[in-house]
Design a protein around this ligand. Structure first.
Ligand code: UDP
Ligand code: GLC
Ligand code: MN
Length: 404
């Protein structure tokens, strides 16, 4: 009987929410195979390691073996120094106790059971299976891979990776594509690695809708991951991120302590990256908790498909009601609270009370998207749903920001 497993990689706590959601989702989808993590355990706390162990079958410690690509090149080519460690994916080929492995980045979300990847075809030695990259479909995206561990391939890869010119993006995708080339790449359908389709440059939403039911895996490529938003309310990426949030909340939403902890992990090096979050007029600063305003100018796109949309005028503007002088100081936290309350109540049919008890409903319920049918972000509906949030939720979030 063959020995198969799903593997992911974790070298820092900033990808922990992804690793946990991925593992839990694979289990929920009823996989027959083992789940393993290549883990640099020196980078995570003992407590967090235990959470990983509660979901994954095996931790493969790589503390002493982390392979780093030349930093300058990753920085120059992708402007994402945190991707230097993705060379550690090479270690997968050394796990010869397995006949085949399906490797999944921590930022992927399977939507269907993936066991067919093991059952439907066998790799020959020296081959790799992967889906085309949406930015350059003649190469593969290295976030979802099926590989055949082999000492020979492992040693060749180690040798190959020692030359910086052998990776064209400075990281693993540029390396693995150079190494396996066109001939040893077994193409998986794009359905196994679907990346966001919401950008202005090239939107292929019609296909996303048409084929949605067949999508096996969503992949949240780019420096900004779903869990980097403490809340999705004001996210422009909401549409695509919604699927991840729904599962995350279902798996970890009940345990308030764990959820809080996972969403407040340091972001790691990626957080130093300059991405500008798009702002809408209805965004309330304390919801996102950002202390300083990221600027659009400071964002450098990582991949071609990551160019941000040109700034558009907000489609909806709230007109703050100025409080009677003497009562509440304009711009003070009371004024903001008062304003928000008025705006929410103006949506009709909702009375906001400061005493509303916080319900333990998963946050995903509040995002206001339908999974079926039209998946376009609907601010009207979303806002109406937001209005149902207990008022304390906002006050608490704002309080957090003010402490900073
Ligand atoms: N990764 C990690 N720690 C890091 C950076 C990356 O563990 O600091 C792992 C993680 O599994 C992640 C993968 O390497 O999913 C590749 O990085 P990422 O998914 O961010 O690359 P992208 O898909 O955005 O190009
Ligand atoms: C990609 C892949 C990711 C890889 C990165 C760097 O887009 O999604 O897995 O680590 O590029 O090569
Ligand atoms: Mn990824």
């Amino acid at each position: 009987m063959s020995n198969f497993a799903y593997a992911t990689l974790l070298t820092g706590e900033s990808y922990l929410p992804g690793v946990l959601t991925l593992g839990q989702k694979l289990k929920e989808l009823g996989t027959k195979h083992k789940l393993i993590v290549l883990l640099d355990s020196s980078s995570i706390s003992e407590e967090n390691k235990e959470v990983i162990q509660s979901i994954y079958d095996e931790i493969i410690p790589i503390d002493e073996e982390v392979i780093s690509a030349p930093l300058e090149k990753v920085q120059e080519k992708l402007d994402r120094s945190e991707l230097s460690i993705t060379f550690s994916k090479i270690l997968l080929w050394n796990l010869t106790q397995f006949d085949e492995l399906v490797y999944l980045d921590a930022d992927v979300l399977p939507l269907q059971n993936l066991d067919e990847l093991f059952e439907s075809f066998e790799l020959k030695s020296g081959e790799i299976a992967a889906s085309p990259d949406s930015g350059w479909p003649d190469i593969f995206n290295s976030g979802v891979l099926k590989i055949k561990p082999s000492t020979e391939t492992f040693e060749k890869l180690i040798e190959f990776s020692s030359q910086p010119e052998n990776t064209f993006d400075g990281a693993d995708q540029g390396l693995l594509n150079e190494f396996f080339g066109g001939n040893n790449w077994v193409r998986l359908p794009y359905l196994f690695n679907v990346t966001p389709n919401y950008r202005q440059d090239y939107q292929y939403l019609p296909a996303f809708h048409r084929f949605f039911n067949q999508i096996r895996i969503l992949h949240y490529i780019g420096a900004v991951k779903p869990w980097h938003y403490g809340d999705i309310l004001s996210s422009d990426l909401a549409n695509f991120h919604q699927y991840w949030w729904d599962d995350f909340n279902r798996f970890f939403g009940e345990d308030a302590h764990l959820k809080y902890k996972l969403l407040n992990l340091p972001r790691g090096e990626a957080s130093n990256l300059k991405f500008g979050k798009q702002k809408n007029a209805w965004d309330v600063d304390f919801v996102t908790g950002g202390s300083s305003e990221p600027t659009r100018e400071s964002h450098s796109p990582v991949f071609p498909w990551e160019h941000r949309e040109e700034k558009r005028e907000a489609t909806r503007v709230f007109h703050p009601t100025t409080p009677p002088s003497g009562e509440v100081e304009e711009g003070s936290s009371e004024a903001v609270e008062e304003d928000l309350k008025k705006n929410i109540e103006a949506l009709g049919d909702v009375k906001v009370s400061k005493d509303t008890e916080k319900k333990s409903e998963p946050l995903s319920k509040n995002y206001g998207f339908e999974k079926e049918g039209d998946k376009n972000f609907n601010p009207e509906k979303s806002l109406a749903e937001v209005a149902k949030l207990p008022f304390k939720f906002f006050s608490k979030a704002r309080g957090k920001k003010e402490e900073k």
